[in-house]
Every structure is written in structure tokens, then in C-alpha cells.
Design a protein. Structure first.
Length: 333
């Protein structure tokens, strides 16, 4: 009796558990469909490509926009192709916001196709329209500008102003909101920019080199007085040129550069390969998992680098600390 009853209750327990799972799954499916539905919440549906772009849209959109970000932490935008669920989201959205300047190199045709049907905003287009003198056109990027503009906080602030203007055109009822949010956020970014400037100024002269897997930090380096040294070019898709490794090893050894940096979205072995030849030439260069930079994506939720400003602070702390400077000037939040 006892046995049977315990069997029954455990069987019932399993059935209850299974029912629970099914209900949960049904719930998830419902949530997903709701996300795709056009503005059931009364908010405008927006799809943003990368983490930094999504953060910008959330800050400027406030309560008026419902923002979904396509590429999560650790996703490489240069190589990313939209999957079917992305295409459904892009089709359902009222507004699409991407970085532009071919950062999302494999989605250009998708954006072109959608631009005829809805508002498609490329954040960096504002810099191009204003003929911003800080824009860089590296020779190997086939005449295009370097897309990594968000690493210069002041340039990103310009992009925020452009975003507010474009959102105001797409949704005139929210214009005042967007402009007020942009003004408040730009003031925050101006403070952040000065802190980054103060922190990077403490790096000793000889160590002002930022050696990374791909050339994502040219704007950062231009703004904050370093020299950016990427093994690959402006896109992670580029191959490392013949002779490039030897060239960089020589640079590291001659300048006794203390550290080189891995990126969250690129395999660490690309940069780790510098350590041995430097050691053979008599110089120990540091390269470990703690020296990880957010080149093209934000960090996971809770990492402290899950917002644009948090990502910039995390990168600056890592760079300044490893190159022998002092990052105390950076505010905690
Ligand atoms: Zn990149």
C-alpha cells in the first residue's frame, strides 16, 4: 500500500512537473509572439543591431520605445548574418537602428531592402553628414570609414544627437522627449569623456600602445592619445597580413610594451601568439584573460560592462591598469 501510494504520488509529481513545464513553454511562446506584435504595448517596436546601439536607443527612447537588441555579448557584428527569427523581428519593427559604416557588413542588403518600407537609422551617418574631421578611412577598408566610432565618447555623443533627430522625424509626437533625453545623456557622456581623458593621461609615454586582435580602437587611440596596433585590419574578417606578427613583436620588444589585449568577440589565440616571440627576444609581455576588452559588443548582464558607459569604463580600467597608469579618475558608476 505504502509503496503504491508513494509511486502514485511521485508519478503525480512528475505529471504536475510536466504540466508546469508545458505551461511555462506556452508562456514563453506567448511572450515571444507578443514581442513580434506591432506595438500592442502602445510603444514603438525598435530593433537595434549591437549592444552599444541598443543602449543608445534605450537611453534616448525612454518609455516610448520597446527595444530589442539582435547581437548579444560576445557576438561579432562584422561576421553576423541575420537568422530567420531576426528577419521576422526586423520585418515586424517600426524602426531599425544600426551602427552603420559597414560595421554590420553582412547585413547591408537587408537594411537596404527594409529602408524602402520603414525607418532605418545608421547612427554614424550623422558624423558623415557633418563631415566630422575625426572620421578615419584606413586604406585597407576599401574607401570606407572605420566603423568603431563609439570608442571615442565625444564622437558617440554626436551620434546620440543624430539619433534623437532621426527618432523625432520618425515619431514627431515624441520629439521633445527624444531631445530632452539626448541632452541629459550627452551631459553624462561629456563627464565620462573627461574622466577617460584624465585616466588615459596617466599612462607612461613609452607604453601608449594598444595592441589588439583587430583594429577596433583607432578612434579610442586618436581621442585619448594612444597608438592603436591591430593584428588584423578594421574588420575581424581580415586575415593577418604576412609579416604583421614580426612587425608587432618588434614594436612590443623595442618599446617594452607591458601588455597586449584580447577581445571578447575574437579568439584569444590571435593575440596570445605574440607572447612567445616576445619572450624569445627577451621581453615579457602580459596577455591573459583579465586583459579582455569589449571591442565590438557589450558585456553580459551583471558584468558591469552591460551598458555603454559601463563598457567604456571597464575597457579604460583594463587598458590603463595594464599599461602602468592609474584609473582612479574613473567614477565607479
Ligand atoms: Zn570591430
Amino acid at each position: 500500500m505504502v509503496k503504491k501510494s508513494s509511486f502514485d504520488s511521485s508519478k503525480n509529481g512528475r505529471l504536475a512537473l510536466l504540466a508546469g513545464i508545458l505551461i511555462t513553454l506556452a508562456g514563453c511562446a506567448k511572450v515571444d509572439r507578443a514581442k513580434l506584435a506591432p506595438s500592442g504595448s502602445g510603444k514603438l517596436q525598435v530593433v537595434a543591431t549591437t549592444g552599444p546601439v541598443g543602449d543608445a536607443v534605450r537611453r534616448i527612447g525612454g518609455d516610448r520605445l520597446e527595444v530589442e537588441v539582435m547581437m548579444g555579448p560576445g557576438v561579432d557584428p562584422h561576421l553576423y548574418r541575420a537568422i530567420p527569427s531576426d528577419l521576422r523581428r526586423l520585418d515586424a519593427a517600426k524602426i531599425i537602428v544600426h551602427n552603420g559604416l559597414h560595421l554590420e557588413g553582412r547585413m547591408a542588403e537587408t537594411f537596404e531592402r527594409l529602408a524602402g518600407k520603414k525607418t532605418v537609422i545608421a547612427l554614424a551617418d550623422g558624423l558623415v553628414a557633418a563631415k566630422d574631421k575625426r572620421l578615419l578611412a584606413p586604406p585597407e577598408f576599401e574607401g570606407h570609414y572605420d566603423p568603431h566610432v563609439w570608442h571615442d565618447v565625444a564622437m558617440w555623443s554626436e551620434c546620440i544627437g543624430y539619433l534623437a533627430d532621426e527618432l523625432a522625424k520618425a515619431d514627431p509626437n515624441g520629439a521633445e522627449n527624444y531631445r530632452a533625453n539626448a541632452a541629459a545623456y550627452s551631459a553624462e557622456l561629456a563627464a565620462l569623456d573627461s574622466q577617460v581623458r584624465a585616466a588615459t593621461a596617466t599612462i607612461p609615454e613609452n607604453a601608449r600602445y594598444l595592441v589588439t586582435a583587430h583594429d577596433a580602437f583607432a578612434y579610442f587611440s586618436q581621442a585619448y592619445g594612444l597608438e592603436s596596433v591591430g593584428l588584423k585590419g578594421v574588420s575581424t574578417e581580415d586575415e593577418i597580413a604576412i609579416g604583421r606578427m614580426d612587425e608587432v613583436v618588434k614594436l612590443i620588444v623595442e618599446n617594452k610594451i607591458p601588455a597586449v589585449f584580447v577581445e571578447t568577440a575574437v579568439a584569444p589565440r590571435v593575440v596570445e601568439a605574440l607572447v612567445e616571440p616576445c619572450a624569445a627576444a627577451g621581453h615579457t609581455v602580459r596577455c591573459d584573460a583579465k586583459l579582455e576588452l569589449y571591442a565590438d559588443a557589450l558585456g553580459p548582464i551583471g558584468s558591469g560592462a552591460d551598458s555603454y558607459a559601463g563598457m567604456i569604463r571597464a575597457n579604460v580600467r583594463t587598458i590603463v591598469g595594464a599599461l602602468g597608469g592609474n584609473a582612479e579618475q574613473l567614477a565607479a558608476e
